[in-house]
Design a protein around this ligand. Structure first.
Ligand SMILES: [Mn+2]
Length: 287
């Protein structure tokens, strides 16, 4: 099917299906118009797709071959350069179109700036938002722009969506106060463990939108990202959390955001691609 705002791009090497038949539908959002430090998130979706070429589709610890699952890739959203609001409106419309064509498909966004998660959340209307991120992203506005990447969790919270954040190690006092006022739970990267995750996520209402800002990981895994921060989580920390969520909660949508870089084979994209395979594999076990 054709979408209003998407175009074809490099695809996974799997036999892909049409979105109408897909359990999973990949959508790239190559936007980096409000990036404040390291540029290049516009190349994130392409770099992640390319990095998947390095991976076996068979997942050893799940005994599942994700190439046999019905996966669609509808390409990238045609972004409006420099305009996060217009771009996020296009993300919203595209995800709405997709869900209309196939209400059962799980959208998977590959980004691109975190600002763009807002469009997917607006389209999917989850009750909860679980995010792995180094940053609180609870600013009311940043650089005079309420749709800046540093404000995305604030905009989502204003929609009345319950939030829980993990791997946090950067924010302002104002953001911490806002979180306290609004009852937004967050766990510092230093204090993160699986039990802390389950305790906070268990009571959250469903469905849940799950967002992974790639900067949540230890810097050695993700050197190419918009706002890198030392002291992050391990790969398996996040995989184990995803496994618990997939087994215990209904997932409205999933994204991996803030992957940047300029070179094929970038470590950050390799981390993101492996995480993408684990997410699809974990979801595939539940099909
Ligand atoms: Mn972040």
């Amino acid at each position: 099917m054709d979408f209003l705002y998407t175009y074809e791009t490099l695809k996974l090497e799997f036999p892909l299906v049409e979105p109408e038949e897909a359990a999973f539908t990949i959508l790239g959002v190559p936007f980096d118009g409000t990036t404040s430090f390291k540029a290049g998130a516009r190349f994130g979706p392409t770099l992640i797709r390319h990095a998947t070429l390095n991976l076996e589709s068979y997942i050893l610890d799940y005994d599942i071959d994700i190439a046999k699952l019905p996966i669609a890739d509808i390409g990238d959203v045609a972004v409006v350069a420099g305009d996060p609001k217009k771009t996020t409106d296009r993300v919203r419309e595209t995800v709405e179109e997709l869900k209309k064509a196939n209400p059962k498909t799980s959208p998977i966004l590959l980004g691109g700036e975190h600002s763009q998660t807002l469009g997917a959340v607006e389209a999917l209307k989850p009750k909860s938002y679980v995010v792995f991120d180094a940053h609180l992203d609870l600013r009311d506005s940043y650089e005079d722009n309420p749709y800046n990447h540093a404000c995305v969790a604030r905009r989502i919270s204003e929609l009345g969506v319950k939030e829980a954040m993990f791997g946090i190690r950067s924010g302002t006092r104002e953001e911490v106060e806002y979180a306290e006022r609004e009852g937004i739970a967050w766990v510092h990267a230093r204090d993160y463990d699986f039990d802390a995750f389950v305790e906070l996520v268990k009571p959250l209402p469903e469905p849940v939108y799950l967002s992974v800002d790639i900067d949540v990981f230890d810097l050695s895994l993700v050197p190419s990202t918009g706002t890198p921060e030392a002291g992050g989580l391990s790969f398996w920390d996040v995989v184990e959390a995803i496994e618990w969520l997939v087994e215990n909660k209904r997932i409205a949508g999933f994204d991996i955001m803030e992957v940047a870089g300029e070179n094929l084979g970038d470590i950050t994209a390799l981390t993101a691609a492996k995480l993408l395979f684990y997410f699809i594999g974990a979801m595939g076990r539940e099909l």
